[in-house]
Design a protein around this ligand. Sequence first.
Ligand code: SAM
Length: 279
Amino acid sequence: MADALLGPAEIRELAARLGVAPTKKLGQNFLHDPNTIRRIVAAAGLRPDDVALEVGPGLGSLTLGLVGVVRHVHAVEIDAKLAAALPDTVPSAHLTVHPADALRLRAADLDPAPTMLVANLPYNVAVPVVLHLLAELPALRGGLVMVQKEVADRLTAGPGSKVYGVPSVKLAWYAEAKPAGKVPPAVFWPVPNVDSGLVAFTRRDPPADLDRAAVFAVVDAAFAQRRKTLRAALAGWAGGPDRAEQVLRAAGVSPQARGEALTVGEFAAIAAAAKLSGP
Ligand code: SAM
């Protein structure tokens, strides 16, 4: 970690010097609290041989907290002005800046391969970014991300919770996720009107040896009509309610259950049963 982290005065000064006016569209709320940076870096559980991937380095607050702690840092920033300024703020031979959209990143773009995602994510694309990176970067062993508190609750929810839904199940396909604390709006500039939450996740083997897209299609269908029983909610996906019932029974899942009660393993069992019983 660099000795000097950016506080409120440094963030304002840097933004003024670069002519940066934060935009809502890109989720630009910059951290200006060194204690929060230290907290994020500590909660990430980084090893010295890790390669960190930071999505949205912005003015470099968290990047300064990461360099020196890990072997290498990849910083991926969509805002060309911020990407161009980063090497001045964070001068390090162990930093690669990528002026790019994280949603379009491919494993081949990142050498050495990232092992940990550590990021204060742009809130409007946080879930797609996390899912895209877990799908695309096989060496990623886990991560610590800051997202809107409500999204953190969704990502870490389990079956039966009111906020359990598509993001919870899809993240559970790749990883075990748990909440790692709440962050107040006051540590950002500009101050957002929502609380933020930290989510720690550790990759695990997928729950089934199945095509991920086939399982995700069941998840999407089940939650598209989350108040309906699975028999009804999966009718369109299965080709009729009777066929949905047949597949659910073959998977050992009650046709009267709702998607919000199912584990990712049970969604996988439904996809497997559908595959076995043919079109
Ligand atoms: N990490 C910095 C911090 O904590 O102060 C900034 C975090 S700010 C919440 C999100 C950052 O993500 C912004 O710098 C924004 O320009 C960038 N960003 C937004 N969408 C992006 C995308 N699709 N790919 C890469 N960066 C993106």
